[in-house]
Design a protein around this ligand. Structure first.
Ligand code: GAR
Length: 203
């Protein structure tokens, strides 16, 4: 096997997916290859990014699975198995996965979170809400974390973190953008390469 087969799970804009695609095209991500993108939102712009990069995109919504979490996760697991996926990357995937799911891929699911865990994380902390909470608390430094995913939301082993300064006058939007540019888009590809490389040695 030449590269770990990666699936990226998304829900929205997909800038972190784009960072992975760019890293792959620049040769910074070479131990893994993105072979599948799964979105739980039909209108996610991330799907267009996948399409432009020639990566198959699949939509699996909870609604299409009768609103049932077990059926939703089973459908995703079946798709992952069909594509012989080795590593799963949650890149702005806004759905909490159950232990049944996370146990199926121990230390093979990564997530990027827009804060320095353990600050501003866990259920209810996602997307802009994380930055709203950081500004409300008045922290002067925030950042991003890439971690393994287990049954505890944002509770798995930390792989990489990077700090980012909060600036006077920041809004949740300006802070989100800085955290993405200065942290998420750098540490996510780096962590995916690190984990893929290790995985390749095991396989
Ligand atoms: C990113 O900031 C990501 O860290 C965050 O959502 C955004 C998705 O942006 N994820 C979470 O909050 C997960 N708890 P993107 O779709 O442009 O990558």
């Amino acid at each position: 096997m030449s590269a770990a087969r990666i699936a990226v799970l998304v829900s929205g804009g997909g800038t972190n997916l784009q960072a992975l695609i760019d890293a792959q095209q620049q040769g910074l991500l070479s131990s893994g290859q993105i072979v599948l993108v799964i979105s739980n939102k039909a209108d996610a712009y991330a799907l267009e990014r996948a399409n432009k990069a020639g990566i198959p995109g699949v939509v699996i919504t909870k609604k299409d699975c009768g609103g049932d979490q077990v059926a939703f996760e089973e459908t995703i697991l079946a798709q992952l198995a069909a594509c012989e996926i080795d590593l799963i990357v949650l890149a702005g995937f806004m759905s909490i996965l159950s232990q049944r799911f996370t146990d199926a891929y121990p230390k093979r699911i990564l997530n990027v979170h827009p804060s320095l865990i353990p600050a501003f994380c866990g259920a209810g902390f996602y997307g802009l809400r994380v930055h709203e909470a950081a500004l409300a608390k008045g922290v002067k430094v925030t950042g991003a974390t890439v971690h393994f995913v287990n049954e505890i939301p944002d509770g798995g082993e930390i792989i990489l973190q990077k700090a980012v300064e909060v600036q006077a006058g920041d809004t949740p939007e300006t802070l989100q953008r800085r955290v993405m540019e200065q942290a998420e888009w750098l540490i996510l590809p780096e962590a995916v390469e690190m984990v893929s490389e290790k995985l390749m040695q095991q396989l």
